[in-house]
Design a protein around this ligand. Sequence first.
Ligand code: FES
Ligand SMILES: [Fe+2]
Length: 437
Amino acid sequence: MQDEKRKTVPGPQGNPQRPLAPAAFALEETYRATRLPVDQASTLIPDAYTSSEFHALELERVFARSWVPVCVTDEVAEPGRYVVVEVAGRSLIVCRNREGELRAHHNVCRHRGTRLCEAETGTVERFFQCPYHAWAYDLDGVLLGTPLFTLEAGIPVDQEDAFDISGVRSFDKADYGLHPVRVESWGCLVFVCLDDEVSPLSEELGDLPERLAGYRLAEQRLLRRVEYEIAANWKLVGENFMEYYHLPWVHPGLVRVSPLKAHHRWQGTGMYIGFCTSLIAANTDDGGWQGLPALSTLDEDDASSARFAWLFPNVALNALPNHTFLMLTRPTAAGWTKEVTYLLSHPESIAGAGESIEEEAAALLAFWDEVNREDIAIVERVQQGVIDPAYTGGRMCYRFEEPVHRFQNMVIDRMLGLRRVPAGDALQQQPMFPVVG
Ligand code: FES
Ligand SMILES: [Fe+2]
């Protein structure tokens, strides 16, 4: 009976019956219903949100083969600062070297494989030192020495003879540096990429840096960092971000600041999903974005809009005239996500706020926290629903869910080993759907 079900093929519309065999996750026909044009398409197969086999394959095919955002530049601002992050199951050290350049290394000692750094963040005074046999590596990952080679690492003077290495053959420290990982930054974000074949970050980002140039993201400073544990798959968090179909029901307060009719497509070419609110409304009794002074160098369009982009695979960027809010979603299991949010602002806005900066930052954070908690509550309910084997996926609401369709097809591409950057719209900005009547 089980095997019968597993052989079920999709009809012209709708996804295959569940459960799917894990081998199906790498087959184009499994996704046939999501590959249809958005007005006919069904949502991604529910196993993509619930199956541990899908999750494992997704880590390898999506996260190990993409530029993955890992932190903001301010978290590794000074030489010696480092953060430890997990990408596709690999623990990585991301740091700034003595010359001020970003570096990333696998967090694994080249001797017997011990994890080098345990703390999530820290500062290296001289070198990373393995806790097992004290091999030491500099910020560039170069193996500096071991107790075999140097007496600096705490060897008692009366035992120095025992560490004479004159008899060691075929060992060159240069061969045993930390395994490096590609690292780049754009704006206020730091990205790593585990795959040497993937195009440079700038190619993946497409026209997004140009679209967001006015916000001077690279100069923005970190004001607050807050973590959330979410009992839902990371894609549900992303898909919820990129559609505002849910606004009237989930965010009755937000919809007054960000009304449906003010939303526009803002989609260029690149591995991102973009939209905007234009004109962005003033604060209401429920709060809003205003408070900090806006950046004075924005052009008229940017100064009266909020720009939203989901950078594939896993970060939401909200650019407002006076601050930026980022939501970085890290998959920790098929049904679990660790979300790290960052509130940033330009030094000009921060200076403009003067002594009330703490108050303004707290008010903005409270605004985002409320919206975020409303979103988390609903995506956790989605997670509870999609587990039910009776659910095989639903129809897209084409007026609002083209961004979700775009994202899900990017995921499918990567699951199938396809690399392509979807084209954008001809217009910089346009209504999400034609005005009826
Ligand atoms: S495992 Fe790191 S020094 Fe031995
Ligand atoms: Fe929402």
